[in-house]
Design a binder for this molecule. Structure first.
Ligand SMILES: [Ca+2]
Ligand SMILES: [Ca+2]
Length: 530
């Protein structure tokens, strides 16, 4: 019944049918971003055609100081830049026979430049080289346009937990119900940087903390007001060709709500679905709109992690976990790696989708960036999902579903005709990543000080062997929530620095109330079964 109404041909063949072009040629030597694990492309690396570029100003340059002092990020600052830097950008543009439409300031001293026209590959490379000839410019790279990484089917009629194979111990799921005996994610905040949230959906509304809308382009945001404190998902439907890349027309994805529901949907509330971390809270951060998102994601990550973004009040609930179910077709740019490193230094664990292009995840970002937990997708048989990216940068795999062999992953949705809160199955590494983010929340609830290295080691050492990985690598295997949480609770995780854990094991497993909750949940599911 739950799958009978799925209209598979309606699959949004979205969102990441991308071409394999890498931006390496654009990077400076930027030592901090050197990536040993990034595969060396065997083909000639070309700069992708683009009308958008990100400049990383040299530390202590006048431009870097100016950018860090502007009142609002995300707005045009070209006329405020030091004259020689204005001239640098304008001259490089003139040499490419285009003009500068805008230069917006972003966190980390970055400036995103938008040109009047798309530069083809060779001209884009020349534009970058012209910029790099100035001492004040440390790096100049094409802006990576990142899009949501899942595909969807139409809404089902059923809302039952027993459709959530991904949470169970059979069908190669997470084994998460048994983890709830030790942790439900209490006191952990997870930021979902995505398309926003459906704040009135009854299965997530009570789980939300204040978020923010970082979409600076009013059209992309669909709300005509740029940045503000309302992260409500206004929809990301586009007409064919509207994104300038031969895109097909698509309906709104409500992607951010689907992702947030997987992490922390209201659980045991008599409706809908269960989340991986029922007591974690979600900070919804809107940075993907129509046609995806770009440099706004930089500010979103900075803000979510507790960093300062000019023009935006600080996030009162800095995220211990940040989920990035998004990606773009470029090797990790210097500017993005820097943003990630700074967020990790503030204490956030970043979980990223590997991408859906059936290619090496090292060629895309943020999956190929350092300092993130990169997640591939499996189906309900424990095989690599046919679309999932793979390779040495993938740390672990989690259920993402495969609509050719299973139901996909159930989560929150908005009914396309009635507009009512609904549920739907989607597939993608976008769905795999939040399963891991939820398990990381379970772990951090027991030991808040775990580092990204400790968490990665725990997840990989406790993961389940996959039924099959038909590519060179799918990470350590499918994560096992129960085993990972037990390892953290039993003090077997090395503490930062000395290799020895110091905290007492949690005794949450003995709490009768929680056991009852789980039992009630199962009873309800059994009762609901028809
Ligand atoms: Ca807005
Ligand atoms: Ca529910």
């Amino acid at each position: 019944m739950p799958t009978a109404s799925r209209r598979l041909p309606a699959l949004l063949a979205v969102i990441c049918a991308v071409t394999l072009t890498a931006a390496l040629g654009a990077c400076s030597s930027g030592g901090s971003s050197a990536q040993d694990s990034t595969p060396t492309p065997t083909a000639t690396v070309t700069t992708p055609a683009s009308d958008r570029f990100v400049i990383t100003w040299a530390k202590d340059s006048e431009a870097a100081k100016l950018v860090s002092s502007v009142e609002n990020y995300g707005v045009d600052i070209i006329s405020s830049l030091p004259q020689e830097d204005q001239d640098a950008i304008k001259t490089a543009a003139e040499q490419a026979s285009v003009s500068v439409k805008a230069a917006t300031a972003h966190a980390g001293g970055l400036t995103a430049v938008r040109l009047s026209e798309v530069l083809p590959s060779e001209k884009a490379q020349a534009f970058i080289q012209a910029l790099l000839s100035y001492d004040s410019i440390e790096a100049a790279e094409p802006e990576v346009t990142m899009t949501a990484l899942s595909t969807s089917a139409s809404p089902p009629n059923d809302e039952y937990f027993d459709k959530q194979w991904a949470l169970t111990s059979d069908q190669r799921g997470l084994n998460v119900v048994e983890a709830w005996g030790k942790s439900t994610g209490k006191d952990v905040t997870v930021a979902v940087i995505d398309s926003g949230i459906l704040p009135d959906h009854p299965d997530i509304s009570s789980q939300l903390l204040p978020g923010y809308d970082f979409l600076s382009d009013p059209w992309a945001g669909g709300d005509n007001d740029g940045r503000d404190a309302d992260p409500t998902d206004m929809g990301d439907a586009v007409q064919a060709g509207e994104c300038g890349n031969d895109n097909e027309a698509t309906d709104s994805s409500w992607h951010g709500s689907h992702v947030a529901g997987i992490i922390a949907a209201s659980t045991n509330n008599g409706t809908g679905m269960a989340g991986v971390a029922p007591d974690a809270k979600i900070v919804p951060v809107r940075a993907l709109g129509r046609c995806g998102g770009g440099a706004d994601i930089i500010d979103a990550i900075t803000w979510a992690s507790g960093g300062s973004v000019n023009g935006v009040p600080d996030n009162e609930n800095p995220a211990q976990v940040i989920n990035l179910s998004l990606g773009g077709p470029n090797i990790c740019p210097v500017y993005f790696q820097r943003t990630i490193d700074e967020a990790v230094a503030r204490g956030s664990i970043i979980v990223a989708a590997a991408g859906n292009e059936d290619q090496d995840a090292g060629f895309v970002s943020p999956a190929g960036c350092e300092n993130v937990i990169t997640v591939g997708a499996s189906n309900a048989s424990g095989d690599r999902a046919v679309y999932s990216n793979y390779g040495s940068t993938v740390d672990v795999t989690a259920p993402g579903g495969d609509l050719t062999t299973d139901d996909g992953v159930l989560s929150l949705f908005r009914h396309p005709s009635s507009g009512e809160p609904a549920y739907t199955f989607m597939q993608g590494t976008s769905q795999a990543s939040p399963h891991v983010a939820g398990v990381v929340a379970l772990m951090l609830s027991i030991k808040p000080d775990l580092t990204v290295e400790q968490i990665t080691e725990t997840l990989t050492s406790t993961s389940q062997t996959m039924h099959s990985c038909d590519r060179d690598a799918c990470g350590a295997g499918i994560i096992n929530a129960k085993a990972a949480v037990e390892q953290v609770a039993s003090d077997q995780v090395p503490a930062p620095g000395d290799g020895q854990a110091t905290e007492e094991p949690s005794d949450d497993a003995s709490k009768p109330g929680l056991r009852e909750t789980i039992k009630d949940l199962w009873n309800r599911i059994t009762t609901d079964e028809e």
